[in-house]
Design a protein. Structure first.
Ligand code: HPA
Ligand code: ZN
Length: 346
């Protein structure tokens, strides 16, 4: 590996497109919000909570993740969580972010849609003004719940339509194929919302196909299991379909045993528009730059791949073409300029 690769990955401007904001809740903030709101947690200490982060699969993670999100009650809580994430994103040179949130996790506890969306949006607004990070909100439906529940959630969100850029689909894939949500995705598209879905993380390549064909998604979240279907790999490359890949998540949830086995470089070399993202950084061992570094330390990632990943993140973003071009110009300038290294002391 060239000695410049890690600082290049860390310093290059990038977009993050697969980030569950509830998955950015650090244990310290979970305990602080529980105290502030008088919520009783099933864990007696930060250490005990962290010890529960030994996941064996997606469901074992989701159980802990939904428990952690139960401390979020007030608009200020959603604001504080999002602001903390934006400060971390800024440190990783993220200049654009598209944030997932799971309203059903909150509305089913009696927290209003207004509370959730206003708290998230206020922090994103402050991020635009004070950190120069552009952003959008993507509302995810929980696929383990019914489509009726998802349709009702879309109706609840309608007063806040202008605060959303799109809808997504997350939670447990097993037994919950994309086609279960055909009607609600059709409605979202008719409203002019962008559409994405998690597919091919734990679920089979067939779920990627139905996400494309039935839900008509514009990006696939994860999608790493596409490599089990060569014709699908070729289709994804031909259609320039972005995949939002999350390397540390895939290791923590045992999609791959070790980072050395991750297929990120294989996907890029097959011509697929892959991007690198953090998914649930508080739970999976790091923010977006930690994902880049972990991948670079285990895989034959080159400077060309680094450029491609950052460029893909802007091309795959739901941004006007002029802004994408401006961001890619910034990336090109970064790659043309010698790295600024921190001088060594002594
Ligand atoms: N997969 C599915 N659902 C999720 C995830 C994930 O990685 N993170 C939060 N909800
Ligand atoms: Zn995810």
């Amino acid at each position: 590996m060239s000695s410049d690769l890690i600082p290049t990955l860390q310093q290059m401007p990038k977009a993050e497109l697969h980030l569950h904001i509830e998955g950015s809740l650090e244990p310290e903030m979970i305990f602080e919000l529980a105290r502030r709101n008088g919520v009783k947690l099933a864990y007696s200490s930060i250490e005990q909570l962290r010890a529960a982060y030994a996941f064996t699969d997606l469901q074992s993670f989701l159980d802990v993740y939904y428990a952690g999100a139960s401390v979020l009650l007030k608009e200020q809580d959603f604001f504080d969580m999002t602001w903390a994430y934006l400060l971390r994103a800024k440190a990783d040179n993220v200049i654009h972010v598209e944030i997932f949130f799971d309203p059903q996790t909150h509305t089913e506890r009696g927290v209003g849609m207004r509370t959730v969306i206003n708290g998230l949006s206020a922090a994103l607004e402050k991020g635009r003004a004070e950190l120069g990070i552009s952003s959008g909100l993507i509302m995810c439906f929980l696929r383990h719940l019914s489509e009726e529940d998802a349709l009702a959630t879309l109706v609840l969100a309608m007063p806040f339509r202008d605060k959303l850029i799109g809808v997504g689909l997350d939670s447990g894939e097993q037994g919950n194929p994309p086609e279960k949500f055909a009607r609600v995705f059709a409605q979202a598209r008719a409203l002019g919302l962008h559409v994405v879905a998690h597919a091919g993380e734990e679920g089979p390549p067939a779920f990627i196909r139905t996400a494309l064909d039935v839900l008509e998604v514009e990006r696939i979240d994860h999608g790493v299991r596409c490599v089990e279907d060569e014709a699908l790999v070729q289709r994804l490359a031909r259609e320039k379909m972005p995949l939002t890949v999350c390397p540390l998540s895939n290791i923590k949830l045992r999609v791959f045993d070790k980072m050395e086995q991750h297929n990120l470089v294989q996907l890029l070399d097959a011509g697929i528009k892959a991007t690198v993202n953090s998914d649930d950084p508080a739970y999976f061992g790091g923010y977006v730059n930690d994902n880049f570094v972990a991948a670079a330390n285990a895989l034959p990632l080159t400077r060309r791949h680094a450029y491609q990943l950052a460029c893909n993140s802007f091309e795959a973003a739901f941004l006007p073409e002029a802004i994408k071009a401006e961001y890619i110009d910034r990336l090109d300038t970064f790659f043309r300029t010698p790295l600024t290294t921190v001088p060594e002391i002594g």
